[in-house]
Design a protein around this ligand. Sequence first.
Ligand SMILES: Cc1ncc(COP(=O)(O)O)c(C=O)c1O
Length: 385
Amino acid sequence: MDWIAIEDQYSTGVYAKRSISISHGSGATLTDNEGKTYIDCTAGIGTANIGHANPRWVKALAEQAAKVVSCPEMFPNQQRAQYMQELITAAPQNLTEVFFCNSGTEAIEGAIKFARAASGHSEIVAAKRGFHGRTMGALSATWNKKYREPFEPLVPGYSHITYNDISGLEAITESSAAIILELVQGESGVYPIDPAFLQAVREKCDQTGAYLIIDEVQTGFGRTGKLFATQHYPVKTDFLCLAKSIAGGFPMGAILIDEKFGKFSPSIHGSTFGGNPLACAVASETLKIIQEEKLAENAATLGQEFMQALAAIDSPLIREVRGQGLMVGVELKQKVAPYLKQLTDLGVLALPAGMTVLRFLPPLVITREQLQKVVEAVRTVLTVE
Ligand SMILES: Cc1ncc(COP(=O)(O)O)c(C=O)c1O
């Protein structure tokens, strides 16, 4: 059966598809329908931090599926209650409440809605190069015009400042509801935040009353070397948006909310699937796996070694290697598409970020030996004779 051709026939065309059809995975590897195995440095675009087909995750999923799946938040549920407690315990101390949803863009939409409702203001400041999702509110915070222009007019009240430029913070005023930022800008090219900029943002928020929304959809759950990237910095966030790896690959999102907000009015926001017991069960198991198997620590140690090894590649094609933990970008002096294809041929799956950055987001269970093979493959494709 030609699964690739069948998908091509029926899908909308919005995805630039790769030329291999994935059959199954295990840990940090994926296998295609031809039986070829790849080292996976895409992790489902950062969703598979605990690896593919983790047996503990599979067991948690099956056990909860046999109990109850459909149980919206109007009915309290033991599994949800337990996970709420575990997540809040693991989160920075000031974040004391949680809203569950089903994806990253929904977490951003929800945080923007809560910030507008709590502040009574509508203006949202975002960063150039930022990516926050594709629903209308999150898309309005997203910078890339390729994603925005076909859908204009977007939601009014948004402006964009230069990331890591303190002089632009004048845009945050008394009439701002919030500023939204990634701590490592992922989709646009893997750009880590400058700690001094983040500190200045917090101070400006404190002066003006604007809220700070941190988008940890991609950086969360151990990716950058801490459970949450915000834990690298002594800066409090008012809303922390999570998704991707929260439930080990099962669709889920969450907004963690500062204690100062107290309770919001009943029915001002909601989600049918949000907080369903199946998502909560696998999220709970995922969190335990990350903590017990020390996956954030693994990301910190191996990420640093990986970046050093990449930076040591002697290639005129490389402009810069940057990142945090196992969120790593190799900026090239030219477009990455042909190199992604060559890496695939050598058995390594990687992602683009923007046009010129090779992005590596492997499962955090990846081994040192697997990462050495990735470095060798990158060296091979970037070596100029
Ligand atoms: C930082 C960030 N925010 C939001 C999103 C949107 O998440 P989703 O695709 O789950 O809606 C993404 C997706 O890549 C992301 O990287």
